[in-house]
Ligand binder design. Structure first.
Ligand SMILES: [Zn+2]
Length: 72
């Protein structure tokens, strides 16, 4: 399961949770204030799997985070 980063607009807490692919923000609660308005951040997916099997993060690429991230 991928790890998603969320940010809470109420207290600005940032946290990461594991979710199934395609799952939305519904039901996601901020661990700091309990708010349910957390928004998914554009992904730190590559960082989350650092050391894993994905090779694009350290392959050089174009230097931009969006480059080479073909997953949807
Ligand atoms: Zn919060």
């Amino acid at each position: 399961m991928p790890l998603y980063e969320y940010a809470c607009p109420d207290c600005r807490e940032r946290f990461e949770i594991l979710q199934r692919m395609g799952e939305g923000a519904e039901g996601v609660r901020c661990p700091a204030c309990g708010g349910d308005r957390a928004e998914r951040q554009l992904s730190t997916f590559a960082a989350a799997v650092a050391g894993g099997s994905s090779g694009f993060a350290d392959s050089g690429g174009c230097g931009r985070p969006a480059c080479g991230t073909g997953f949807t």
